[in-house]
Design a protein around this ligand. Structure first.
Ligand code: G1P
Length: 291
């Protein structure tokens, strides 16, 4: 697995029910943290990791994501005419020139594993990334989480999965790994299980939304039957990869993860980002002082 990471898959066909009614009309990946939609944070992280081909696994309701990364001729012409160069650069910068976006559809919502499998025809024979944009991982001016993982995967010739400790009572919300520590950030995964009850969980080390995997995972996904929640689970295919002696590492990334798949996480991320902005930090402090 020593090739660089060029392709990243974004499964974005979910319904976003936790943000209804907004998600009746707005894809949850388009919800903003300050002025940028969640998907932009993920795309920036993928590009920073070296990706030049982004594959969005989408559905008929998610046209806004394709529109967002498309060229906005009218808007650009207006901004150009008015000399609003900073705004123009921002609008053009959603996808850098050397990066291409590919859209594939997931015709039915059959689970994360199935969504990833929809990208098979586009991936080829090199290791690739998977990013779940709900998990916003922020590492300030340091290396992004996916880049950290891509470098480790290339060095160790292994798959890499981002993990984080979660409260034991929350294991039912995550894929959980059983892993043998290598150093303070990485561990070799022995076993993985999707959404176990706390009593059955092998640990409290949870998978968060970043993966670097070999294309072999597609053959395994093709043979993966429905698992937790009646869905085709990526975790089960990774477990099959482990069983055939695939080397997969769990990696505690450097950075802070915000679970923007729920309201509390989105609020946390928004406040965190506002505190990084010199114009907004005093506003947050002022509000906090009045609470
Ligand atoms: C998915 C994965 C799960 C992982 C989680 C991270 O679950 O199936 O293993 O821990 O993402 O966000 P979902 O949140 O889609 O139910």
């Amino acid at each position: 697995m020593s090739q660089p990471l060029r392709k990243v898959v974004f499964p974005v066909a979910g319904l976003g029910t936790r943000f209804l009614p907004a998600t009746k009309a707005v894809a949850k990946e388009m919800l903003p943290v300050l002025d940028r939609p969640l998907i932009q944070y993920a795309v920036d992280e993928a590009v920073e990791a070296g990706a030049d081909t982004l594959i969005f696994v989408t559905n008929r309701y998610k046209h806004a994501i394709a529109d967002y990364f498309d060229k906005a001729y009218e808007l650009e012409a207006k901004l150009l005419q008015k000399g609003k160069n900073a705004l123009l650069a921002m609008v053009r910068g959603t996808l850098p020139g050397h990066v291409r976006a590919i859209f594939v559809t997931q015709p039915e919502a059959l689970g994360l594993g199935h969504a990833v499998l929809c990208a098979k025809p586009v991936i080829g024979d090199a290791p690739f990334g998977i990013m779940l944009p709900d998990d916003l991982i922020w590492n300030g001016s340091g290396k992004g989480a996916l880049r950290q993982m891509a470098e480790l995967g290339a060095r160790e010739d292994a798959g890499v999965i981002a993990v984080e400790e979660v409260p034991h009572e929350q294991t039912e919300k995550y894929g959980i790994v059983d892993a043998t520590p290598i150093d303070e950030r990485s561990a070799r995964i022995r076993h993985m299980v999707e959404k176990p009850k706390p009593a059955d969980a092998p640990s409290n080390l949870a998978v968060v939304g970043r993966y670097v995997l070999p294309p072999r995972i597609f053959d395994l996904l093709e043979h993966t039957t429905t698992g937790a929640g009646g869905e085709i689970q990526l975790t089960d295919a990774i477990e099959a990869l482990l069983k055939e002696q695939g080397k997969v590492l769990a990696y505690r990334f450097e950075g802070t993860r915000f679970d923007c798949g729920n309201k509390a996480g989105l609020v946390r991320a928004t406040i965190h980002m506002a505190m990084q902005d010199p114009a907004l930090a005093p506003v947050v402090r002022e509000i906090a002082a009045t609470l």
